[in-house]
Design a protein. Structure first.
Length: 348
């Protein structure tokens, strides 16, 4: 079964084709980072318009790379939520219209489910059950995963997500947009410098006796520290290092605690922050001591992409949860959408 995946939840247009026996055949991605950097963050209206311009050319490009035509497709999977409503509407309306034209089913996929399953695209992949650390955009969650659609929330952030805290701290240090990768680069620069670390930042909720997170106070502490010093390159790198060390320690300790609580021996790390080198090294080091195996998606699949949506759609179709979807003229999107229950929050 050939499944076309379409991802347009925010500022990346991702298209992919996944085959249920042959795996990922091709994928294409267009990032809007350069456009949004002029404004210091994502502008929803501009994001939506750009998705409209990119989605069809990327579909054609991806089909050509896979040596397929539209009539070879058996199903379409698209990101239905959560995300920016306007951006989601572009992908969902395109997917539903194309499914009608081709007389094949279209399946709405949860964006975080795509991230959660993305390590399964790797040659060495986890098997169910496992604990998943989702650190994507505005989400930081620990999930117990027993199978497709079998997700139990173990803990989540009570305020800022890790990715948000990275971006906001980078902005207060004058690093521009997108700030997270720039901050991580500075932190790595400091760690290689051999200089002593004179700055110490708090580890929020590290000893809270639960699996929840909080990063808003850490961001404020970094701001307070920055206000006490002249922001030179040396100060920037040291604050970046101290900030990253704090986030990594909290994410590592909570993830290992989740594994102890569930008794599982596999950890999946997915989402943009999952590309962080220090987080990967730290988790792998401690996991090895515990006899735990950690799985990460390839770096190209840490950010939003169509491959993870095509994979999630294909796995759901194979499992036939709720039956194979029939043709529909509805392309409802879900700006907010709970992964555990798959329910839409009130007033959505």
């Amino acid at each position: 079964m050939f499944v076309l995946g379409i991802e347009t939840s925010c500022d990346d247009t991702g298209i992919a084709i996944y085959h249920t026996k042959r795996g990922l055949l091709s994928h294409s991605l267009y990032s809007q980072t350069a456009m949004h950097s002029e404004y210091g963050g994502v502008v929803p209206e501009l994001a939506s318009r750009d998705h409209i311009r990119r989605v069809l050319p990327l579909v054609k490009q991806t089909l050509k790379a896979a040596k397929l035509g539209l009539n070879d497709l058996n199903a379409i999977a698209y990101t239905q939520g959560p995300g920016l409503a306007g951006a989601l509407l572009v992908g969902s309306s395109f997917a539903v219209a194309l499914s009608f034209a081709l007389k094949i089913p279209a399946l709405g996929v949860h964006h975080l489910e795509g991230h959660l399953l993305s390590p399964l695209l790797s040659t060495t992949a986890p098997v169910f059950p496992f604990v998943a650390l989702l650190v994507s955009g505005g989400h930081t969650q620990l999930m117990e995963v027993r199978g497709i659609g079998q997700y139990k929330l173990l803990g989540e952030t009570v305020d800022d997500a890790a990715g948000e805290a990275f971006d906001k701290t980078a902005k207060l240090l004058g690093l521009g947009y997108p700030g997270g990768p720039a901050l991580s680069k500075l932190a790595d620069e400091f760690s290689k410098s051999g200089r002593a670390n004179n700055f110490k930042l708090p580890r929020p909720m590290l000893h809270s006796n639960d699996l929840n997170f909080s990063f808003s106070g850490l961001k404020t502490a970094a701001l307070s520290l920055a206000n006490k010093h002249e922001i030179t390159r040396e100060v920037q790198t040291e604050i970046a290092f101290a900030f990253q060390e704090a986030v990594v320690e909290v994410l590592t300790k909570k993830s290992l605690a989740a594994l102890t609580q569930t008794g599982f021996t596999q950890l999946v790390v997915a989402g943009g922050v999952g590309a962080n080198r220090q987080l990967r090294e730290n988790l792998s080091k401690y996991a090895e001591k515990m006899g735990i195996t950690v799985f990460y998606p390839s770096l190209e699949f840490c950010t939003d992409n169509g491959a993870m949506i095509a994979l999630a759609g294909a796995m759901r179709l194979q499992k036939s949860m709720g039956g194979i979807p029939s043709l529909t003229n509805s392309f409802t999107v879900r700006a907010r959408w709970d992964l555990e229950t798959q329910e839409i929050p009130p007033n959505e």
